[in-house]
Design a protein around this ligand. Structure first.
Ligand SMILES: NC(=O)c1ccc[n+]([C@@H]2O[C@H](COP(=O)([O-])OP(=O)(O)OC[C@H]3O[C@@H](n4cnc5c(N)ncnc54)[C@H](O)[C@@H]3O)[C@@H](O)[C@H]2O)c1
Length: 327
């Protein structure tokens, strides 16, 4: 089947493109390369911006696509509280443009990159899809709005979708040949490895006085290969006639920031300074996914998301590609 992958030159998108191609699908990536890398793309790529409705319309009406996997968007939650307008424009307006064009082209299946951020400061752990969604930054709000828009597009146009609420995407190809290259790095694991590699003087640890066993925040790390397989299974589910769903994608267990730092030190064999700083506003102490629903609906299970595999693969990628794709 032919699949359009927006944001397919980015971190999670590029791994999903590889997985789609391995399944024999015909893939076209649509990416403006604002954060993506042409070198990461193993399929055909059209460089363009989602705001370019005419270009999208031409692409989707000239070639027949059965599905769209929509990764493209602005991703830094912190920045979204400074440049809110840009986040709403890219993540909401551009999503509407894409959906309208897809609807005109007769595309009925959408897999959407949502985020665990929609839960805000959750009331209980692990987090279920039915728990309250109370975003605490505009990034998460844009994801929730897009989910809600998708629900209306099903009611009005019969367009079915799976929104995948990712927890913390992490890790790289197991042979270290491909990985995350988002400049500047903001994710804890990339920052810790940069510190081990001497690219930073010290690792900034935000808060060690949380109500957790070692005082540092606990997060659910999902390996990018497991995220890619979740998209493949979501697509198959929709093509087989499955109804719209919203699903958590996580490992179902959490690791503290200290545990991640210790794991990076262990895997790299390098001790590095850790600079404890005050808590960042809006960082919940724990975020762990309940993954019962995705297991039931898609028969999906994480296979590479143990902390050692996540850290070893990321280390292998960053050690051999200290400047990412170099583009
Ligand atoms: N990385 C995570 O931990 C995480 C967690 C939850 C949700 N998500 C979501 O998953 C998706 C992919 O995340 P990622 O980590 O791979 O990010 P990424 O920045 O590596 O990938 C996003 C891609 O979209 C492209 N893009 C952005 N705006 C575009 C536009 N207007 N037109 C065309 N292309 C555009 C960028 O060039 C980039 O290649 C995003 O929607 C993100 O919000 C990521």
């Amino acid at each position: 089947m032919r699949v359009l992958v927006t944001g397919g030159a980015g971190y999670i998108g590029s791994f999903t493109v590889d997985a789609l191609q391995a399944e024999g699908h015909d893939v076209v990536v649509f990416d403006n390369l604002s954060y993506g890398h042409r070198e990461a793309v193993s399929s055909e790529i059209l460089v363009g911006d989602l705001a370019d409705e005419a270009l999208l319309l031409k692409l989707l009406t000239q070639r027949s696509f059965e599905a769209v996997i929509h990764f493209a968007g602005s991703i830094e939650a912190g920045l979204s509280m400074i440049e809110a307008g840009r986040f709403f424009a890219n993540n909401v307006s551009n999503t509407i443009t894409l959906l309208n064009v897809a609807q005109r082209a007769g595309i009925q299946h959408i897999v959407f990159s949502s985020s665990a951020g929609v839960y805000g400061n959750p009331e209980r752990m692990p987090i279920k899809e039915t728990d309250s969604t109370v975003p605490i930054n505009t990034y998460a709000e844009t994801k929730l709005l897009a989910e809600r828009i998708l629900a209306w597009y099903e009611r009005v146009y019969g367009m079915r979708s799976v929104s995948l609420r990712y927890f913390n995407a992490a890790g790289a190809a197991l042979d270290g040949s491909k990985g995350q290259d988002h400049q500047p790095a903001t994710h804890i694991l990339s920052v810790a490895i940069e510190t081990a590699l001497g690219q930073r003087a010290a690792f900034p640890l935000f808060g060690d006085d949380y109500n957790t066993p070692d005082g540092t925040c606990i997060r659910d790390y999902i390996h990018v290969l497991d995220l890619a397989s979740a998209h493949i299974m979501a697509l198959r589910y929709l093509i087989d006639g499955g109804g719209s769903e919203t699903l958590n994608v996580g490992a179902g267990q959490g690791h503290s920031n200290r545990a991640v730092i210790e794991s990076v030190k262990h895997v790299s064999g390098i001790d590095f300074p850790v600079d404890v700083q005050p808590r960042r506003p809006g960082d919940p102490s724990r975020l762990i996914a309940d993954v019962e629903k995705i297991g039931r609906v898609l028969a999906w299970q994480a296979q590479h998301s143990d902390l050692d595999t996540v850290v070893r693969s990321a280390w292998q990628w960053q050690r051999t590609h200290p400047h990412g794709y170099g583009s």
